[in-house]
Design a protein. Structure first.
Length: 95
């Protein structure tokens, strides 16, 4: 799938419009960034969405990662997956 066609992914059809609008805005911002800044922007997306009252459940987050990283270089994908794994483990720890 071409990067500019990510919104055509049929897996996104069930996502609420306000979430798709947020993702469209995010994608436009990321398109302006140098490649070495995309990973950090991607990682901050969830926190920014939460601050705006937009909540992505686990299934939606997994889908977004799949869709938005399809054209990401393999090394960047590995970094992102590693960071997501660590974040999940930390979130599951008792406080």
């Amino acid at each position: 799938m071409e990067p500019h066609n990510w919104k055509q992914d049929p897996r996104l059809k069930q996502m609420p419009p306000e979430k798709l609008d947020y993702l469209t805005s995010f994608a436009q911002q990321v398109a302006q960034l140098p490649k070495d800044k995309i990973l950090s922007a991607f990682l901050s997306m969830q926190m920014e969405a939460n601050q705006k009252g937009i909540r992505f459940n686990d299934a939606e987050t997994q889908l977004l990662v799949q869709v938005l990283t399809e054209n990401m270089p393999p090394e960047e994908k590995r970094k992102l997956n590693t960071l997501r794994f660590i974040a999940q483990k930390l979130a599951a720890r008792p406080s």
